[in-house]
Write a protein that binds this ligand. Structure first.
Ligand SMILES: Nc1ncnc2c1ncn2[C@@H]1O[C@H](COP(=O)(O)OP(=O)(O)OP(=O)(O)O)[C@@H](O)[C@H]1O
Length: 488
């Protein structure tokens, strides 16, 4: 299969040098992402578009297309058939053979794009091919304005591309063309969507999470971070830093005046994030705050919070409504994660300060033992997003088995698209489909007397979910990983 990759329009209006750099980055990213799925995948091309050639396996082709749709920098891509350029009559025959059947009883238009030197214009091609298709394929007529079917023909020098299907990409800039950022990820709707927006704009988000006292919260946030990396950023390494913040929270609860607690907690987070960013060589922090989303997210409060950060603090959602944020979360696949994220913030003031001042907050922080903040930063755990399924400290170990036994139920937690592409069939074993994003809510409805094995492609999501369910008290859960068992 051949695909033509069209760049996000903003890339094409850059200066020659910048455009070349962006395209080279996208090409490198695609090579990494696609070859991990299909070793036969090849990426070529440069200035106008990239060309991707895939091997013959339809399941791998579909997975590669999914990857292309989720790789920053791509506006859309066309699945094409390629032919050498001959005469216009030969082109007409190719079009009849390729799309003739789709035109019966329908209105249509031929759209032609031409690059190179030829004795005809794209308009000539559209008119000649259009009138031939109209008379030969039983079409309901040509409609240039509002056709039911569009026939796309691209002529590039001595090649013809007939477009079979179009797939929309996520737009934006290729990852790695911009500087990295450190995203404060709580796993809620806002910080997750804010992180996605960074990814889409080509800014590589590493994640910092402040654990306010909940293992379940950390497991939930790990799942989201791993999901964002796996879906949108496997071309790069993303770091996940978990900072134990229980001590800081306890200190705030004991020694900070009630109305200032929320602002002080955010200042502690920014101070800690600033130090983590320094260690990682990152120049900007990202949060999911939006103005007035909660009473304390006011400009005066945000500006007092910002005073403690040496780095630029980016708030991409600052004027976005909650409904729009939730719409994005649904589209990018993080809605279910965020809606089931446990709330673990004990620092909620009874009547939080709406318009605080530096003087008031500094007075409130006067009794705070900053040694605890330094300890939290020193004790931070640094991981790669690709390894987030690894065992977390504490809790019961998750058992991993290679084979399902009769009587056990295998839960396929993969995304429904993936399940459809590669159905899981196990002889004599019951398989249920519960996609990972509904598992937490649906698990409680299952028969507690049965034994369950969670299955996913790589064994990472299943590991995280099994750990979460074990922690919730469901001792009847294990992970099924054909070809690799151990206790973690
Ligand atoms: N535990 C945490 N770890 C990392 N960052 C956090 C944490 N809690 C809050 N933040 C950061 O602070 C921002 C504001 O948090 P807050 O809880 O006030 O608002 P929110 O709108 O509920 O955010 P979210 O939906 O992202 O949880 C978050 O968007 C996130 O960037």
């Amino acid at each position: 299969m051949k695909l033509i990759i069209k760049f996000f329009p903003e890339i094409t209006i850059k200066s020659r040098q910048v455009r070349k750099r962006f395209i080279a980055q996208l090409k490198g990213n695609l090579k990494k992402v696609l070859s991990a799925v299909d070793p036969q995948a090849r990426v070529n091309g440069n200035w106008d578009s990239l060309e991707v050639n895939l091997g013959p396996d339809p399941a791998l082709q579909q997975r590669c297309i999914e990857r292309l749709r989720n790789t920053p920098g791509i506006s859309h891509c066309f699945e094409v058939h390629e032919y050498p350029l001959g005469t216009i009559d030969e082109l007409i025959e190719l079009c009849v053979a390729n799309v003739g059947d789709q035109l019966r009883g329908k209105t249509f238009a031929v759209r032609c794009k031409r690059v190179g030197t030829h004795p005809f214009s794209s308009q000539d091609v559209a008119i000649k091919v259009g009138s031939a298709l109209n008379t030969r394929c039983g079409a309901a007529g040509v409609s240039l304005k509002d056709p039911e079917v569009e026939v796309h023909v691209e002529i590039r020098d001595q090649k013809i591309y007939l477009i079979q299907a179009r797939h929309e990409g996520m737009g934006g800039f290729p990852l790695g063309t911009m500087e990295p950022v450190l995203s404060l990820l709580s796993g809620g709707f806002d910080s997750t969507v804010a992180s996605y927006q960074m990814l889409q704009r080509g800014l590589l988000p590493h994640f910092v999470f402040f654990n306010l006292g909940g293992r379940a919260h950390e497991l939930g946030v790990r799942q989201v971070a791993h999901y964002l990396w796996e879906r949108y950023a496997t071309s790069h390494r993303l770091r996940f830093v978990s900072v134990p913040f229980e001590g800081v929270v306890a200190e705030i609860l004991q020694n900070v005046e009630n109305s200032q607690m929320g602002v002080v907690l955010k200042r502690m987070m920014l101070r800690a994030a600033d130090r983590v960013a320094y260690r990682l060589g990152i120049d900007a922090l990202v949060t999911g705050e939006a103005i007035a989303q909660v009473a304390s997210q006011t400009l005066p409060n945000l500006s007092v919070i910002d005073k403690v950060a040496e780095r630029l603090v980016i708030r991409p959602l600052i004027t976005t409504s909650k409904l729009d944020i939730i719409d994005v979360a649904r589209r990018i696949g993080t809605l279910e994660f965020s809606s089931s994220m446990p709330e673990y913030c004990g620092v909620i003031s009874v009547s939080p300060a709406i318009r605080t001042t530096v003087a008031r907050v500094e007075a409130a922080e006067a009794g705070f033992n900053f040694e605890l903040l330094s300890q939290a930063v020193e004790n931070a755990a640094y991981s790669e997003c690709s390894e987030l399924g690894e065992m977390m400290e504490g809790g019961s170990p998750v058992e991993i088995v290679e084979q399902a036994l009769t009587g056990q139920i295998v839960i396929d937690i993969r995304h429904p698209d993936e399940q459809e592409l590669r159905p899981l069939q196990l002889d004599g074993v019951e398989v249920q489909s519960i996609p990972f994003y509904t598992l937490n809510s649906r698990f409680a409805e299952l028969d507690p007397s049965r034994a369950y094995l969670l299955y996913c492609e790589k064994g990472v999501m299943s590991q995280l979910h099994a750990q979460y369910l074990l922690d919730e008290g469901h001792g009847n859960v294990r992970v099924l990983r054909p070809g690799g068992s151990s206790k973690r």
